[in-house]
Design a protein around this ligand. Structure first.
Ligand code: MN
Length: 395
């Protein structure tokens, strides 16, 4: 929108904002590339190019971490960063198509195309955010329960190191151990904004906790749990419901379609999770839906967690996923809602259900990457993450 007083276009305003952000990281990367990658051949006129690729360029070259950020191999050092990408390559909770164990690598691969500089967001992630790739959590392929314990402990380590966790799955069973890694460290209630075509609130699926069950185990309703036979039959599933995750603050956006919602409906109804169907979305619009989600999720809460199932985006755009369901969001709708929600700040985020073996042209992985970048970029410009104040000179 043009500025009301000056008539200046937003894009032009953004270019001026970006001009005020330092550009030291790129120079540092070039110097590092020349030092580690040696000087280029004599015929190369641009002497900032090194012999061996050690930075962002070429985008198709190199050893990929997420966004080619530093690999935090010694995980005790993760506290040196402000945000950390961490893979949870587990698809043992899948009930239809598998393959999400390759999700983190798919997202890393396509992320190499991005350089962190965004004109419509007026943000330069490399300058304004210390981001690393924490690598993957050691999941246990045959055991969902042991994987849950590994994931909660790993996420907890990142979060308690003062770092914003960006958890990339893996299937949606991870929602439960992910939140369990964060919520116990938060003084106050935690709301969850959940993009999905599916409720994911049933207790067990085919006799186990699966990717259809994360929110049953995350949100609390101790009364109904006492009466639940399935729970009593599974003594290892002891810690039902995190004490500070009320079901009403679980906002489920994009629910609908014809697959898998029958068992979860009863739980969603009994506990009173906040369900926004695709039909509701059509009536509310993107801004209205995002505003309603923020209202419901933040009510009585001190933090909000973002859970983004990539199947909430229409499979025409995001075919590489475990349980595709036509009639989902367009990428533009989903990303706009994500940006509005991220403005208020988040305690952590997850992007799940990216299954590269079913993907076409890396489109699904790329959308997952965009959900992450748009979230981070918004939080940075809103001063909820990163260090804009240190790298931007005043007007
Ligand atoms: Mn889903």
């Amino acid at each position: 929108m043009p500025d009301k007083k000056t008539g200046e276009l937003r894009g032009n305003r953004n270019l001026k904002t970006l001009e005020r952000i330092s550009q030291t990281k790129q120079e540092e990367e070039i110097q590092r590339g020349l030092e580690l990658g040696l000087e280029a051949a004599d015929s190369i006129n641009d002497r900032s190019i090194s012999l061996f690729s050690r930075g962002h360029l070429p985008a198709f070259a190199g050893i990929n971490t997420f966004m080619k950020t530093p690999y935090c191999e010694d995980i005790r050092e993760v506290g040196n960063y402000e945000a950390a990408f961490v893979g949870a390559p587990f698809d043992g909770g899948t009930t239809y198509r598998p393959g999400t164990r390759f999700g983190p690598q798919g997202v890393r691969r396509i992320s190499a195309v991005y350089d962190g500089y965004c004109v419509d967001g007026a943000v330069d992630l490399f300058e304004e955010l210390d981001l690393c790739d924490a690598g993957d959590i050691f999941v246990i392929p045959g055991s969902i329960e042991k994987t849950f314990d590994q994931v909660s402990k790993a996420v907890s380590h990142i979060y308690t190191s003062g770092v914003f966790p960006i958890i990339v799955g893996g299937d949606h069973s991870l929602g439960y151990p992910n939140v369990r890694g964060v919520a116990p460290h938060i003084d106050g209630n935690v709301g969850i904004i959940h993009f999905d075509r599916h409720l994911d609130t049933q207790d067990i699926d085919m006799d186990e906790r699966m990717h259809t069950t994360p929110w049953y185990w995350t949100t609390n309703d101790h009364e109904s749990v006492e009466h639940n036979k399935a729970h009593q039959a599974h003594s290892h599933m002891h810690d039902v419901g995190l004490s500070n995750c009320p079901p009403k603050n679980l906002v489920q956006i994009g629910i609908g379609g014809w697959y898998g919602n029958r068992p979860g409906s009863e739980v969603a109804r009994d506990r009173g999770t906040s369900v926004i169907t695709m039909k509701d979305f059509e009536e509310l619009g993107t801004a209205g839906t995002a505003a309603m989600a923020l209202d419901l999720a933040w009510k009585g809460c001190d933090a909000v967690y973002l859970s983004f199932d990539i199947d909430s985006i229409d499979p025409g755009y995001a075919p590489g996923t475990g349980t595709p369901e036509p009639g989902g969001f367009t990428p533009r709708e989903a990303l706009e809602m994500v940006r509005i929600i991220a403005k208020e700040g988040l305690c952590a985020m997850e992007v799940v259900e990216v299954s590269p073996p079913y993907d076409v042209n890396d489109s699904t992985s790329q959308l997952a990457c965009r959900v992450i970048l748009d979230t981070l970029g918004t939080m940075v410009t809103e001063g909820k993450l990163g260090h804009r104040d240190k790298v931007m000179r005043p007007e």
